[in-house]
Design a protein around this ligand. Structure first.
Ligand SMILES: Cc1cc2nc3c(=O)[nH]c(=O)nc-3n(C[C@H](O)[C@H](O)[C@H](O)COP(=O)(O)O)c2cc1C
Length: 178
């Protein structure tokens, strides 16, 4: 069984999560940036994931699914998002965040994925470009009512990533050398 991991990552945390998954799966795993747009035709299992920005996956992952919709038909797929809020919140009768981030991408796939979920990411204020710094400063101002420095925050968790990957391996059965 051949597996392909496609990641869309602006600051590297989704790439790191993808590497942890590949490490757990072991042999026969190829890993690519979504921007490279590799053809998934030769693979049996295709895992796609993106960092979450303002409630959305990055454009290149949507582009990947749109470009290869036909080639993805009949394949086993997995979808993951990397975010700070991995559970979502329930405010005034509505769920915000959490699964909502992934559903538009899941609905674009020709068939439902065999597994999907959100994994913890990281915000490092020293890495952010000007636009993202401005965006987050506005967000924190709204939250705290005053100008605030963007705090360093990490919820990266290799154990959680391996446990997510083990659920994928359980679902595909014993075809992997692990
Ligand atoms: C401008 C900006 C917007 C973000 N929006 C969200 C969001 O809506 N929900 C969330 O849980 N995390 C949000 N995050 C946190 C990212 O999902 C987190 O930093 C993730 O690890 C980024 O992945 P990457 O490093 O692979 O790009 C945001 C981060 C930035 C910089």
């Amino acid at each position: 069984m051949k597996s392909l991991i496609i990641y869309a990552s602006k600051y590297g945390s989704t790439k790191e999560v993808a590497n942890w998954m590949a490490e757990r799966i072991g042999n026969n795993t190829h890993i690519h940036d979504a921007k490279e747009m590799p053809d998934p035709s030769d693979y049996d299992l295709i895992i796609i994931g993106s960092g979450i920005y303002s409630h959305h996956v990055l454009k290149e992952l949507n582009d990947f699914v749109e470009k290869y919709r036909e080639q993805l038909a009949g394949k086993k797929t997995v979808v993951f998002g990397v975010a700070i809020d991995t559970t979502g919140v329930f405010v005034r009768g509505k769920v915000h965040g959490g699964w909502e981030y992934l559903l538009p991408l899941i609905n674009k796939l020709p068939e439902p994925p065999i597994h999907a979920g959100l994994l913890g990411g990281e915000i490092n204020p020293n890495k952010l470009d000007e636009k993202d710094t401005e965006g987050l400063k506005k967000f924190y101002k709204m939250l705290y009512g005053k100008e605030t420095d963007i705090p360093f925050k990490t919820v990266m968790d290799k154990k959680a990533v391996w446990s997510f990957t083990e659920k994928i391996l359980d679902k595909v059965g014993g075809n992997f050398i692990v």
